[in-house]
Design a protein around this ligand. Structure first.
Ligand SMILES: [Ca+2]
Ligand SMILES: [Ca+2]
Ligand SMILES: [Ca+2]
Length: 255
C-alpha cells in the first residue's frame, strides 16, 4: 500500500529529500496503479500479469499496434462447432454447440457480417499467430433490436486469457453499452494465444461478435496510467515545500 507522508516527513524535509520523496511517492502510485489494474481486471484472480482493457477500438489499435486477424467475415458459414476465419479459430464452449456465422447483419456494423452463438453466448477464440499480447473484438449487445431473440438481459461477460489450452494468464469482465457498435479489447504484459468468452450474466438472447484484432507488442507496466495523487497528498506536498521555504527564511533571519 502507498504510505502517505506524515508530519515527521514535513518537519524534517530538506529540498533534496523532497525530490526523493516525490519520486518514491510516484513509484508507489505507479505500483499501486499496476496492482489496481490487476485487481480490477481480475476479480478474485491469482495470476500476476497486468492488463489494460479498452472499449474504444481506435485507442486500442493506436496503443497496441494490433491489426485485424480475422478480416471481414465471409458472407455465410454455419453449422460447425469450430470455424477458422483468417488467423482466428472460433469454437463453441461446448463441443456439440453449433455456430452460426455470417447470418446476421447489424445496422451498427454496416457491410459486415457478425457471428452469433446458439444458446447462452459462450465461445473460445484462438489466434494462429502466437504468442500475442493484445486482442480485441467488435461486439453488439442487442436490447431493442429485432435480432435479439428472447427476453433482454443486460449481460456480463468474463474473458479469460490463456497461453496454451490450460495456462490461465489473467481475466477481466465487461458489460458493453446496448444497441451500439461496441468494442472489447485487452493488452497484457504476458503472452497469450487464446481467450474464453463466457456470458456469466445473461442467457440465449443474442449478442453479436465481430472481427478480431491482435497485436504482438507486450504491454509495459510503465504504460499503465498513473492516477492523480489524492488531494491530501497534494496538500501535504504543498505544506512540505512551504515548511522548507519558512525554514530557509528563519535561518537567513538568524544569520
Ligand atoms: Ca444480453
Ligand atoms: Ca450492456
Ligand atoms: Ca446472451
Amino acid at each position: 500500500m502507498a504510505a502517505a507522508l506524515d508530519n515527521d516527513d514535513i518537519q524534517l524535509c530538506a529540498p533534496s529529500m523532497l525530490t526523493r520523496l516525490r519520486r518514491e511517492t510516484e513509484m508507489r502510485s505507479k505500483l499501486l496503479a499496476g496492482l489496481l489494474a490487476s485487481v480490477l481486471a481480475f476479480g478474485a484472480g491469482t495470476a500476476d500479469a497486468a492488463l489494460l482493457t479498452y472499449s474504444n477500438r481506435a485507442d486500442f489499435l493506436a496503443d497496441t499496434g494490433a491489426t485485424s486477424a480475422s478480416g471481414v467475415f465471409p458472407s455465410d458459414q454455419r453449422g460447425a462447432s469450430s470455424i477458422r476465419i483468417g488467423q482466428i479459430t472460433y469454437s463453441a464452449a461446448a463441443a456439440a454447440t453449433p455456430f452460426d456465422v455470417g447470418l446476421i447483419d447489424s445496422a451498427h456494423f454496416p457491410g459486415q457480417r457478425l457471428l452469433s452463438v446458439t444458446g447462452r453466448d459462450q465461445l473460445n477464440i484462438r489466434s494462429h499467430t502466437a504468442p500475442i499480447y493484445s486482442l480485441g473484438f467488435d461486439f453488439v449487445e442487442l436490447e431493442n433490436d429485432p435480432g435479439r431473440n428472447g427476453r433482454f438481459i443486460d449481460s456480463t461477460f468474463t474473458v479469460t486469457l490463456l497461453n496454451g489450452a490450460s495456462n490461465i494468464i489473467d481475466m477481466f469482465t465487461f458489460n458493453a453499452p446496448n444497441d451500439v457498435a461496441a468494442f472489447v479489447g485487452v493488452w497484457s504484459t504476458d503472452p497469450f494465444d487464446r481467450i474464453r468468452i463466457r456470458e456469466t450474466v445473461g442467457a440465449a438472447e443474442n449478442e453479436l461478435f465481430g472481427q478480431v484484432y491482435t497485436g504482438r507488442t507486450a504491454l509495459d507496466i510503465s504504460q499503465i496510467p498513473v492516477p492523480e495523487p489524492a488531494a491530501g497528498l497534494v496538500m501535504g506536498m504543498s505544506l512540505l515545500m512551504l515548511a522548507g521555504v519558512l525554514r530557509r527564511r528563519t535561518r537567513q533571519a538568524q544569520s
